[in-house]
Write a protein that binds this ligand. Structure first.
Ligand code: PLP
Length: 360
């Protein structure tokens, strides 16, 4: 078996331990003679899987009892519509646009009401997080929306914005479970699982109970109403059973690794290996403001497109996959999610050093 170092922004590397366990259980999950993929979502066996997954996630994130955990389909992008449909009671919401995912969410919300862009970092190609200490929050805003870690540009909020008492809604797709967060600071915090947690196609939404109501925008489909899924324990229809099962295994792995404090420490060490190298290299440069650097997505360039292309090609030949930057920004990007081992980043930096020497 040969595994590459996979720096993909998502779907992304998962812990080998988890993949092996899944493979071992594929023909016969715990003596039931079938895989989780083949199992009824109404069976006792699956009920245990989903309940245990939720319990472990609650423990990891210290989710208070007045928040519901929902396992939903449609990926993170479906939330761009679901959020305004369910939360835009006054038909007004404020958006901070720090990248393409925040922009997409903002654009989608415009279909449902007045979505104000109250801050943006587009003037400098989203290379920083705007000052959010004194935002022009709208008086009648139903919520303030952020994308907490910007996967494409590699920036991360180090402090949450001052929403002046308004509900904070946050997309944490690319920093989910990478460090502890205080769930009570959010009305709704959600993320696609395909980066730090499991297979693509599912989103986990953690939502304060008082925000789950029948008072949604007229015409909101049953399947896009949070209450439908909250009332049914995420089993209103057939959920993504296999994904929930894999996510559950990743939660167990995270607990074994020491929880989110330990992950944060590990992620800081891992990211520092790469950022320290970028800061002293004469060839490679990070593209975002240092204070806003993400621990998960690290974009960098040489400043020469041909050299970038050569690096991407040669790195792939050397076993480093998916280092090409997002198609809209070019250059390179190393996504170093929870499951990327320290050795993967060390090996990448060693390769970059060698490349720099050979291409001076
Ligand atoms: N939000 C962020 C921050 C992302 O990085 C992505 C995808 O990479 C999305 C949303 C969209 O996720 P999905 O493809 O699950 O809809």
């Amino acid at each position: 078996m040969s595994r590459v170092y996979n720096f993909s922004a998502g779907p992304a590397v998962l812990p080998e331990e988890v993949l092996k366990e899944v493979a071992d259980e594929m023909m016969d999950y715990r003596g039931c003679g079938m895989s989780v993929m083949e199992m009824s979502h109404r069976s006792k066996m699956f009920d245990d899987i989903i309940k245990e997954a939720e319990k472990d996630l609650r423990e990891l994130m210290h989710i208070p009892d007045n928040y519901k955990v929902l396992f939903l389909q449609g990926g993170a992008s479906q939330q761009f519509a679901m959020i305004p449909m369910n939360l835009m009671k006054n038909r007004v919401a404020d958006y901070i646009v720090t990248g393409q995912w925040a922009k997409k969410a903002w654009q989608e919300a415009q279909k449902y009401g007045k979505a104000n862009k109250i801050a943006s970092s587009e003037d400098k190609t989203f290379s920083y997080i705007p000052d959010c200490s004194d935002l022009p929050v709208s008086e009648d805003a139903d919520y303030v929306y952020i994308c907490e870690n910007n996967t494409i540009y590699g920036t991360k909020y180090k402090e949450l914005p001052n929403t002046k008492g308004k509900i904070l809604v946050s997309d944490v797709s690319s920093c989910f479970l990478s460090e502890p967060i205080d769930v009570t600071k959010y009305g709704l915090v959600y993320g696609g699982v395909q980066k730090n947690i499991g297979p693509a196609g599912m989103v986990i939404a953690i939502i304060r109970e008082d925000l789950i109501t029948e008072d949604v925008l007229p015409g909101t489909p049953t399947m896009l109403t949070y209450k439908t899924h909250a009332d049914a324990g995420s089993l209103y229809n057939t959920p993504n059973c296999f994904c929930i099962y894999v996510c559950g295994k990743v939660f167990k792995w995270l607990k074994k690794m020491g929880g989110l404090e330990a992950m944060k420490e590990r992620n800081e060490k891992k990211a520092a290996i790469l950022y320290d190298f970028l800061d002293q290299s004469e060839m490679f440069h990070g593209t975002v403001e240092k204070k806003d650097r993400s621990l998960m997505n690290v974009p960098f360039v040489t400043g020469d497109k041909e050299l970038d292309a050569k690096f991407v090609k040669e790195s792939q030949e050397a076993g480093f996959e998916n280092l090409k930057g997002h198609r809209t920004v070019g250059g390179m990007r190393a996504s170093i999610y929870n499951a990327m081992p320290m050795e993967g980043v060390e090996a990448l930096v060693a390769f970059m050093k060698k490349f720099e020497e050979e291409n001076r």
